[in-house]
Design a protein around this ligand. Structure first.
Ligand SMILES: Nc1nc2c(ncn2[C@@H]2O[C@H](COP(=O)(O)OP(=O)(O)OP(=O)(O)O)[C@@H](O)[C@H]2O)c(=O)[nH]1
Ligand SMILES: [Mg+2]
Length: 430
């Protein structure tokens, strides 16, 4: 992986893309999917010189695409001096290996490409650890199968003992490293929890900016708070979360976090590895879902973002839909359609600042119910409820000395029902 980044840095690698049109493919057609893959490849520093597609009912188990097509694309790639072939879907370890033999060049899939971009973007220790964890987890099954494949040939010339032992050592080493990184990430997470406790003393609610990659999340954070977050026309410009305070015209304060963009076909284990970063999203009382309305696949991107939110357990939070890049439109017809479908949504241009004042008004209105504190009385033995409270709520006071544990906390409205039986009936406003 490191070597790959190095080559991309030196000279643009010549890249060929391959996509499969499956019967099951629905909202995104193949060309849109490949256009996105091309953007990803460009973001990784590659130069796309062409692509090839095939229509199939299901992928071929040995080579993903049909052998005939594979050979045809391979000779095209040889003629064009292609360095790397990137497949739009995740390949099995065996498929990658077989395809490498056919193409005689480097074969990557979408997952490896995304991981590669993440590796280039990670700045903080936590970001780097998360990327390495995801990369190792991507690697491990490949090592396992390779090992299985070699063990079948046990006794073959040059394979006696050593190969197997070496691979087993490699596998163990990868597993050890995974364990060590997981431990380190846990430490970073503890540190973050301490920081969060500090933030809780501020009593400021937390809002998280979410959205598809390149939707304009960082531009919006910059526009709202003057933060100098990297905003660029490339995918996954942001990897590590940035949090800034925003003071609304009503003098309410809110902490806004800009974080990693979402993308469709985000491999599950990648989402897993980024749990720590995405924790900001899970903890937030409010989400700002930024949509690039000028993108032809805006609708499908909204669905992809909602899918990831669901996966990380952040679905159903109060969400302000923010339709961005309205400056790109001559007619406002499309915007009006979306605003009608999503009541309370706003149309803005994070770039020019249009609509941002209205956004702040909406944000203020949404924050009001969120800022309500509840008094809770929870039996000491209900430790899982107490743990859950700390995981999802902003706990500002705690007292374990009485017959029950007492807390003062702000619970996101959509989770209140889970704690309703512990609420002490006198509500206090902050
Ligand atoms: N025309 C126009 N361009 C915008 C607007 N908002 C953002 N952009 C551009 O869109 C591109 C992506 O913006 P970012 O703010 O980096 O997007 P992001 O959502 O943070 O992207 P990632 O961090 O990569 O997920 C940049 O080139 C911005 O200049 C807008 O309102 N209008
Ligand atoms: Mg960004």
């Amino acid at each position: 992986m490191k070597a790959l980044i190095e080559t991309f840095r030196k000279a643009p690698e010549r890249v060929f893309l391959v996509g499969l049109e499956l019967k099951s493919r629905s909202t995104w057609d193949l060309q849109d999917s490949l256009a996105e893959l091309e953007e990803l490849a460009a973001s990784a520093g590659g130069e796309v010189i062409g692509n090839g597609t095939q229509k199939l009912d299901t992928p071929v188990s040995s080579t993903f695409i049909g052998t005939g097509k594979a050979n045809e694309f391979a000779s095209q790639c040889r003629a064009e001096n292609v360095d790397t072939v990137i497949f739009d879907d995740e390949l099995s370890p065996a498929q990658s290996r077989n395809l490498e033999e056919v193409f005689q060049c480097k074969i990557l899939d979408r997952t490896a490409l995304i991981l590669d971009i993440f590796a280039q973007r990670a700045r903080t220790r936590e970001g780097k650890l998360q990327v390495e964890l995801a990369q190792l987890q991507h690697l491990l099954p490949r090592l396992t199968r390779f090992w299985g494949h070699l063990s079948r040939q046990k006794g073959g010339i040059g394979m006696r003992g050593d190969g197997e032992t070496q691979l087993e050592t490699d596998r163990r080493r990868v597993q050890d490293r995974i364990a060590r990184i997981s431990r380190e990430l846990e430490e970073v997470r503890q540190h973050r929890l301490t920081q969060r406790a500090g933030r809780q003393r501020n009593l400021w609610p937390l809002a998280s900016i979410v959205g598809y990659t390149n939707a304009g999340k960082s531009t919006l954070l910059n526009q709202l708070t003057g933060a100098a977050t990297l905003a660029e026309d490339m995918m996954f410009a942001t990897l590590d979360p940035t949090t800034r305070r925003l003071r609304l015209p009503t003098n309410q304060n809110v902490l806004l976090t800009d974080t990693v963009g979402f993308i469709r076909k985000l491999p599950h284990r990648l989402v897993e590895s980024f749990k720590a970063t995405l924790e900001e999203v899970v903890q937030a009382e409010l989400l700002l879902h930024v949509v690039d309305l000028s993108h032809p696949q805006a609708e499908a991107q909204i669905l992809a973002v909602n899918g990831v939110l669901e996966e990380i357990g952040a679905a159903g939070k109060p969400t302000l839909m923010v339709f961005n890049k309205v400056d790109r439109f001559e007619s406002r017809e499309l915007l009006h359609q979306y605003l009608e479908r999503f009541p309370g949504a706003v149309g803005i241009s994070a770039k020019t600042g249009e609509g941002v004042a209205e956004l702040m008004v909406e944000l203020g209105a949404m924050l009001r119910p969120v800022r309500e504190f509840l008094d809770l009385s929870i039996p000491h033995e209900a430790s899982s409820i107490i743990a859950k409270l700390h995981a999802v709520a902003q706990v500002v006071e705690r007292d374990y000395s009485g017959e029950t544990a007492r807390f003062k906390a702000r619970i996101p409205p959509h989770l209140r029902s889970e704690f309703s039986c512990y609420v002490v009936p006198e509500l206090t406003e902050s």
